[in-house]
Design a binder for this molecule. Structure first.
Ligand SMILES: Nc1ncnc2c1ncn2[C@@H]1O[C@H](COP(=O)(O)OP(=O)(O)O)[C@@H](O)[C@H]1O
Ligand code: SF4
Ligand SMILES: [Mg+2]
Length: 320
């Protein structure tokens, strides 16, 4: 158990696996045996190249996909497999922010209606309460109240993302899942959105999962960081440890830093070479072995288990 000794997670995935049918009767595995937990007031960063299974994992957490095996628990109660009203009730506590929130916004809806829609859907407010509630939510995300009457097209990318966050937080969820939520924004705007998320997390004690392909960004706000490669969590460690202490050759290669498993600093890890193999062509054994500079015989045999190599630091690699 990866997070032994900690308080109860708000949201927990236990050994979840998700496969999708692919062309020619094949099956691809988007997530394999993923066990990760989210805690109140803490951020779990999830990082890795495209195709690693990050979005699928978030969709499993929020119930937009159902796992083929394993389970998702909210406050200790299984929520995977729920349907209808039970699923809807569970999802109220787990909200998502996407990369481009405008895709989720109806272009002809005004900002006030966009951010208050979840509250109306769950019958938490009445229509006449929308203007007042919208102002309160806009204030929360530091947008001027006159934005309530605007349409999504009248907002910048950063402003739209703030509206997306306001909408996601309208139901006062315990969990916020951010899928590349800042990836489309320029650096300064990214920074301001991250500062907003950090402030809101502190005020509301929300558990956040922050998915991003940019490791440098993830480590700025993560209490814990999970590294995913082709559906597997290959490393899990404290957020602040990523730069200095990461162990897995994939994480080190993503950091592009000098690294040697035997602490011989005269040798440099080859910076990530090659493309991620397609999800249908994952090699047997360690999925990273086609690109790894430290590959050895046993890497071809089976997937290395995710083991605690240092206190609270888990890594799936035979060479570590
Ligand atoms: N609904 C789906 N049907 C088929 N394949 C899917 C589906 N969703 C995701 N995949 C595949 O699962 C793998 C993981 O995708 P994804 O979770 O989007 O990764 P990431 O977010 O890390 O880029 C990819 O190979 C992707 O093509
Ligand atoms: S298990 Fe082997 S191939 Fe995989 S990362 Fe470790 S050394 Fe490289
Ligand atoms: Mg994705």
């Amino acid at each position: 158990m990866c997070e032994a000794g900690k308080k109860t997670p708000v949201l927990e995935a236990k050994q979840v696996t998700k496969r999708f049918p692919a062309a020619h009767g094949q099956t691809l595995t988007a997530c394999e045996n993923v066990t990760l937990s989210l805690y109140a007031g803490q951020t779990l960063g999830i990082v890795g190249e495209s195709g690693g299974g990050k979005s699928t994992f978030l969709r499993l957490l929020v119930g937009l996909e159902q796992p083929d095996s394993g389970e998702v628990l909210y406050q200790g109660t299984k929520i995977s497999g729920l349907k209808g009203k039970a699923l809807r009730d569970a999802r109220r506590h787990i909200q998502m922010v996407f990369q481009d929130p405008s895709e989720a916004f109806h272009p002809r809806m005004k900002v006030r209606d966009i951010i208050c829609e979840p509250l109306l859907n769950y019958h938490i407010i009445r229509r006449q309460e929308v203007p007042e509630k919208a102002v309160e939510l806009l204030r929360m995300v530091e947008l001027p109240e006159e934005f309530a009457g605007r349409y999504p097209k009248d907002l910048s990318g950063g402003q739209r993302q703030r509206v997306g966050i306001a909408r996601a937080l309208a139901l006062e969820p315990d969990v916020l899942l951010c899928d590349e939520a800042t990836s489309a924004l320029d650096v300064a705007v990214q920074k301001s959105i991250i500062e907003l998320l950090v402030r809101l997390q502190r005020e509301k004690n929300i558990a956040i999962a922050f998915v991003c392909h940019d490791l440098a960004l993830v480590r700025q706000l993560s209490h814990r960081t999970a590294v995913m490669y082709l559906g597997h969590v290959v490393e899990l460690m404290d957020g602040r440890d990523v730069a200095a202490r990461s162990l897995h050759p994939y994480t080190r290669a993503m950091l592009g830093s000098v690294f040697d498993l035997n602490m011989d600093f005269t040798k440099e890890i080859p910076v990530l070479k090659g493309e991620t193999p397609g999800p249908l062509h994952v090699p047997e054994g360690c999925p990273f072995r086609d690109r790894c500079g430290f590959v050895r015989k046993e890497c071809a045999g089976h997937m290395p288990p995710l083991e605690e190599k240092e206190k609270n630091h888990f890594c799936a690699c035979f060479a570590v």
